[in-house]
Write a protein that binds this ligand. Sequence first.
Ligand SMILES: NC(=O)c1ccc[n+]([C@@H]2O[C@H](COP(=O)([O-])OP(=O)(O)OC[C@H]3O[C@@H](n4cnc5c(N)ncnc54)[C@H](O)[C@@H]3O)[C@@H](O)[C@H]2O)c1
Length: 154
Amino acid sequence: MRLKDKVAIVTGAASGIGKEIAAVFIREGAKVAIADLNQQAAEAAARELDATGKRAVSVVMDVTNEGQVNAGTAKVIETFGALDILISNAGIQIVAPLVDFDFSKWKLLLAIHLDGASSPRERRWRRCTGRKAEPSSTWARSTPRKPPCSRHPM
Ligand SMILES: NC(=O)c1ccc[n+]([C@@H]2O[C@H](COP(=O)([O-])OP(=O)(O)OC[C@H]3O[C@@H](n4cnc5c(N)ncnc54)[C@H](O)[C@@H]3O)[C@@H](O)[C@H]2O)c1
């Protein structure tokens, strides 16, 4: 993988699959923002994955909260000076019989898995790259050589 010095945000990276993705990215030389709504777990994961604090930072981010997404993304760009990769991993599972699966649970699921992977970061990304983001849960795009975006397109 060509991840050396790439800057990535991994949402839901305080645990599970996201944390493993973050670990692999750091091992491959990337700088990673552990973005999660669970602040304590995100801080612990960042410390565990990179005790030096140079390759991993924790960011409090509920992906359904546009303000937190924008603030967290700004913090990552401020800390690492770029943003190359977004992994929209944050998610929940609600397993319940259809009769118990009420509308509020349905809306929460969509807010995290659909809205959470969409517009706020697209705006941030567009500001950074001048391009429209592709609708994908995981993507990496080339970026023009223009701060605060990456100088090393992928
Ligand atoms: N584990 C599986 O078998 C499986 C299968 C299919 C899909 N997935 C998907 O993969 C992703 C990761 O799954 P996992 O098993 O590692 O889950 P997990 O529960 O271990 O980790 C999910 C992380 O996302 C965080 N999170 C939840 N809601 C959030 C929000 N609104 N904003 C920011 N962070 C939030 C949680 O705090 C947690 O740290 C999820 O999207 C899940 O739906 C998992």
